[in-house]
Write a protein that binds this ligand. Sequence first.
Ligand SMILES: [Zn+2]
Ligand SMILES: [Zn+2]
Length: 281
Amino acid sequence: MKVKFWGTRGSIAVPGKNTTLYGGNTTCVELTLGCGRTVIIDAGTGIRALGEKLTATGKELDVHLLITHIHWDHILGFPFFSPIYQKANRLSIDGYPTCMKGLRYTFDNKMGDGFFPITFDALKAQVTFLNRINKGILEIDGTTIDSIPLHHPQGGFGYRFHEGGKVLVFITDNELRKDSWEGRSPDDYVRFCQGADILIHDSQYTPQEIPERRDWGHSDYESAFNLAYRAGVNRLILFHHDPSRTDPEVTAIKVLCEDLANKKNSGIRIEAARENSELEL
Ligand SMILES: [Zn+2]
Ligand SMILES: [Zn+2]
């Protein structure tokens, strides 16, 4: 399985000279499964460039789009995903139960028409809502995808991908906390991430910033590290960088997290997600 980051930023896109290394686009991650199939996680602003790449292949596309939740930074790129305007393409959508409503509303919110010049019903690609992951495991050509609810305002799903003995866990917009605020306990997340080769987790904040941002639905790097450590993860990728954070500040957070990993002699490799970077499992 290959992983490519097209958007790593949280909350709002922040292009500019301060974000050239880690990127300014919001959440979008491309997975290429062993069978060659493409699975996209989230339709933040990063999905625009991914769509350009897929369209440039000139092939008929048959791709999956998994949505974690429908906050703006995870869906607003969808109308700019060029494959949806080609008749030959097929797009299978799954994820959090509200995902179709959210994607549709990026085109035409009946409460206030006038947000986008095209309507959802005018899309040319064949768009199908699978609605399977909400009921259990989704399987795509031998790769299984399991989900866990997020600690996040209005909810959401994190995903665990299992393919040929390799495991990738993707959990963004998740507030890890000891008191199990609104749902899953820390132990549940540990079980879900157990033995993952790669864990990509929300690390928007520092531990010092958390008291002012309780209940906003995001984690600090130390909580993300503790989860990775307890779950025996090999590689932790810090994700959903705060929009106010410059490249040197994101690097500083990565270094602080590496210090934690070294102090515990954990052997966990720490990285901060960079737009356009690729990983392989
Ligand atoms: Zn977000
Ligand atoms: Zn969110």
